[in-house]
Design a protein around this ligand. Structure first.
Ligand SMILES: Cc1ncc(COP(=O)(O)O)c(C=O)c1O
Length: 396
């Protein structure tokens, strides 16, 4: 409840340009319906339904017991930065050193801090649409010029490189790539990444490469633009622990970038969070260096669920759904239902008890689609399919 006061709230003008992540709003709405006694199947929020693997939890508890309860260095604990540098060097085939790594509370702060340190009013930022809504929110917040590149279903939601080339201008400061992609599950393959790097050429443009789903690929392999010769210094790699190790609530992620930019992002950390929680980082060392079998287990489970859910959606009247290659989202085309995305998402929540997101929560080019997260049990996914199917039979 907002308090009545005689004093007008004089917000900074930039707050009117800040966007949001609709998943949290839909979650709140779904919870309110549950409080009224309705049963809801939650396919709206983008987080693994698994618990954090036991070895990581134990390392965190041990960290607390050993007194990792104090401030640490703003850029992260040296041992974790070293573990990340080794991991990224190995997986992206580049040589990364500790001073190029900044540990932050989640993947999101890398988006926030990278843009805060780079974008001046009027600077152009090219970003995927439909795409993770925080990109556009941050561009607008900083008064940058938001230049969407449309991801097209007929290209399996990868981007058209000639279209990208046509959007690059002298004002382009940053290009955002996200693979595997939220919300479409699209994956940029090695050839596409090379084509993108050729379109950028030797221009002084930075690439924010959001690779938070890098370990969740079902078909093909993960490939980073950071691996392309000449691009290491122009790439800000975002990765983290939330999705790979089911650690969304621990709040820990990292950026890998040229050391001079890492220093600037570290200054932003000092000014905002001071540091990422120390015992969390101790658990992070175990996550990266310890047993990886839980990662493989979760990936296999997501793949089974994806297969089941996509096949089920393709049997629903008016729905057609491509097989996503990565992440844990499916993004069916619903234009043949004759309904607008937002209206359909609302109806499915209120009348079918299935919470999902409208494609438009990811930008204007998301119209005609819905996003379902398959981070839920096979039983619940089957139930959701039944509910959606019977709702469409009644209403279409
Ligand atoms: C594409 C993308 N980037 C970044 C994030 C943020 O992850 P974190 O929870 O680690 O901040 C998400 C989370 O949904 C995401 O989908």
């Amino acid at each position: 409840m907002e308090r009545a006061t005689q004093y007008e709230l004089r917000l900074a003008e930039r707050m009117s340009r800040l966007g949001t992540e609709t998943a949290f709003e839909v979650l709140n709405k779904a919870r309110a319906l549950e409080r009224q006694g309705k049963q809801i199947i939650h396919l709206e929020i983008g987080e693994p339904d698994f618990n954090t693997p036991e070895n990581i939890v134990e390392a965190g508890i041990e960290g607390l017991r050993k007194g990792w309860t104090h401030y640490g260095p703003s850029a992260g604990l040296p041992e974790l930065r070293q573990a990340i540098a080794e991991y990224v060097s190995r997986t992206r085939a580049v040589k990364v050193s500790c001073d190029e790594v900044v540990v932050v509370p989640g993947g999101k702060p890398i988006i926030f801090f990278a843009m805060l340190s780079l974008i001046d009013p009027g600077d152009e930022v090219i970003y995927p649409n439909p795409g993770f809504p925080i990109y556009e929110s941050m561009i607008r917040y900083l008064d940058g010029r938001a230049v969407p590149i449309r991801l097209r279903e007929e290209r399996d939601f990868s981007l058209d490189v000639s279209e990208l080339a046509s959007l690059i201008t002298d004002q382009t400061k940053l290009i955002i790539l996200n693979s595997p992609q939220n919300p479409t599950g699209g994956v940029l393959n090695r050839r596409e990444i090379h084509d993108i790097s050729e379109a950028i050429g030797d221009r002084n443009i930075l690439v924010l490469s959001d690779e938070i789903y890098s370990r969740l690929i079902f078909d093909g392999e993960h490939y980073s633009i950071m691996s392309v010769p000449g691009f290491k210094d122009r790439t800000i790699l975002l990765d983290g622990f939330s999705k790979t190790y089911a650690m969304t609530g621990w709040r820990m992620g990292y950026g890998v970038m040229r050391a001079d930019l890492a220093t600037q992002i570290t200054r932003l950390m000092t000014n905002s969070n001071s540091c990422t929680a120390s015992f969390t980082q101790i658990a992070g060392i175990e996550a990266i260096r310890g047993d990886q079998s839980s990662v493989e287990h979760m990936r296999n489970e997501f793949q089974r669920r994806r297969d089941l859910f996509v096949a089920g959606l393709n049997r629903v009247k008016g729905f057609s759904c491509r097989m996503p290659k990565g992440a844990f989202y499916v993004f069916p085309n619903i234009t043949k239902t004759g309904w607008k995305s937002k209206k359909l998402a609302d109806a499915l929540l209120e009348e079918a008890g299935v919470a999902c997101l409208s494609g438009t929560a990811f930008g204007d080019f998301g119209e005609g689609y819905l996003r379902f997260s398959v981070a839920n049990s096979l039983e619940n996914l089957n139930k959701a399919l039944e509910h959606i199917d019977s709702w469409t039979k009644r209403n279409l």
